[in-house]
Design a binder for this molecule. Structure first.
Ligand code: ATP
Length: 261
């Protein structure tokens, strides 16, 4: 049986329990437990080096690619242990997609960037199927109207903001359930940032989204839940409103009022 098919009716899309991460001797994540709700944006905030990106990368096993990195604890997707030996990380990453800080389209056409994942996962039986998946993904990424007449043009020829939306289209094309975003707007200008933020708000209709951001304003604008990390610890997790208006921990309060970070 494919272990990823072993679904259970969990109220949370993903859950982490007692997660520790080391890079060699550096203890980057310390006993972190958190649950990510479906159809919700969860923001990971905290000072530089607190482990936000490390923890995000645990959620689709991107840290597997870093030799000195060791992950312990349990991380479940729909009740299934994603670190189970039988789980293929490539299949997992089709279900838990990722968008990076810097837009990184492949040196291929706009169409082929989006079609890449569906092709390697055999998701479209006919060219018409693939065409409609590409269109749907570009629409979900709020890019279709801008590129529909030039799908054969190189993805690298788009503006930075369009490239990032193309990368989001590429990520959603495999029809993932979870989208991880690691500072997706940090390389974008304010207008492109606003477009991507609006897009993130719309993505919650279909996905569970986790976003690392340095911008507290962005976390407040796009997320419903916020997790505050400090020195590898998850200090506080709750509704974004509560974290920003009535934090329970002094460290969270210091961070959001600008005293640490
Ligand atoms: N590839 C790596 N090799 C060794 N140490 C690493 C690696 N990546 C991260 N670290 C260390 O792990 C800790 C957490 O880093 P991480 O990048 O997860 O933090 P962050 O909160 O995302 O930081 P930033 O906001 O600056 O991006 C830091 O001490 C960092 O130096």
């Amino acid at each position: 049986m494919d272990p990823m098919q072993d679904m259970r009716n969990d109220t949370h899309k993903m859950s982490a329990k007692g997660v520790d991460v080391w890079y060699g001797d550096t203890h980057a994540i310390k006993d972190v437990s958190v649950e990510l709700e479906d159809r919700c944006v969860t923001a990971f905030i905290g000072p530089s080096g607190c482990g936000k990106s490390t923890f995000l990368r645990c959620l689709n096993r991107m840290n597997d690619t870093i030799e000195i990195c060791r992950v312990e604890g349990d991380i479940h997707l729909d009740g299934q242990d994603i670190y189970d030996r039988r789980v293929d990380p490539v299949q997992l990453r089709a279900r838990v997609g990722m968008v990076f800080q810097k837009p990184n389209p492949f040196p291929k056409s706009i169409y082929d960037n989006v079609a890449y994942g569906p092709r390697i996962h055999g998701m479209a039986r006919t060219r018409a199927d693939l065409d409609s998946l590409v269109e749907q993904s570009l629409r979900q990424a709020a890019l279709w109207d801008e590129v529909k007449d030039r799908l054969a043009a190189p993805g690298t020829g788009l503006s930075g903001g369009q490239q990032q939306r193309l990368c989001i289209a590429r990520a959603v094309a495999t029809q993932p359930e979870v989208l991880l975003m690691d500072e997706p707007c940090s390389a974008l200008d304010p207008i492109a940032t606003a477009q991507v933020e609006e897009l993130i708000a719309n993505l919650t209709e279909d996905f569970c989204v986790a976003i690392v951001t340095h911008s507290m304003q962005q976390a407040a604008r796009v997320s419903q839940k916020t997790a505050f990390f400090h020195l590898g610890n998850l200090v506080e997790y709750g509704s974004t409103d509560q974290i920003f208006t009535n934090p329970t921990d002094k460290r969270t309060e210091s961070y959001i009022t600008g005293r640490i970070g």
